[in-house]
Design a protein around this ligand. Structure first.
Ligand code: HEC
Length: 163
């Protein structure tokens, strides 16, 4: 065997050993990514920081306030584009979103979220989803609180089922 060939063989084996070592020490990140994607569909996980749970709706509810909230939801807020005219999460703007727009009529959703948490999501958006920030761009804080009073009226009585 020539001297040159021997050197090439030694170098090749060093490269192979090095590559194998790198392979052993590199962690795959795929499972973590899949996990966070799944979690974003799980409504039971809070979207807002825990302090926001305690924040109370500063606006007293009345039929006028609910009417104003509905107008903002359907109109300048643009919420119906994704959440649908009846709040079922079936607006044409949301069909391609993953996770999908929240079904605001879902009784579980109403149980899980306080007004303060909803307000936080409307003001700050939900990171990594199609729910963007709408205060103050589309709605004032006052209007957002009124929209929340309106959202509360959308709650369906049954916890599950499609009726
Ligand atoms: C571009 C589409 C889109 C628009 C417009 C939109 N939303 Fe959303 N919204 C979403 C999506 C997607 C989610 C689900 C996010 C998630 O699963 O965390 C969501 C979630 C929510 C939630 C639940 C947040 C939580 O804490 O679980 C509320 C409340 C909400 N939207 C209210 C509104 C209001 C009010 C408006 C109008 C000012 C609005 N959304 C406009 C897409 C939209």
């Amino acid at each position: 065997m020539s001297q040159q060939l021997r050197i090439i063989l030694i170098m090749l084996s060093i490269i192979i050993i090095f590559a194998f070592f790198v392979h052993l020490t590199t962690k795959t990140i795929a499972p973590e990514k899949m996990d966070s994607g799944m979690i974003s569909f799980d409504m039971s996980r809070p979207r807002a920081p825990s302090e926001s749970r305690k924040v109370k709706n500063p606006i007293l509810v009345s039929t006028t306030v609910i009417k104003e909230g509905k107008e903002a939801y359907l109109g300048k807020g643009g919420c119906a584009t994704c959440h649908g005219k009846t709040g079922r999460g079936d607006g044409e703007g949301g069909v391609l979103l993953s996770p999908p727009p929240r079904d605001l009529t879902d009784a579980n959703f109403h149980l899980l979220r306080t007004d303060g948490e909803m307000f936080w999501s409307i003001k700050h958006g939900v990171e990594g989803t199609g729910m963007f920030k709408y205060v103050p761009r589309m709605l004032s804080e006052e209007e957002a609180w009124k929209v929340i009073h309106y959202i509360r009226t959308l709650k369906r009585e049954h916890v599950s089922g499609s009726g």
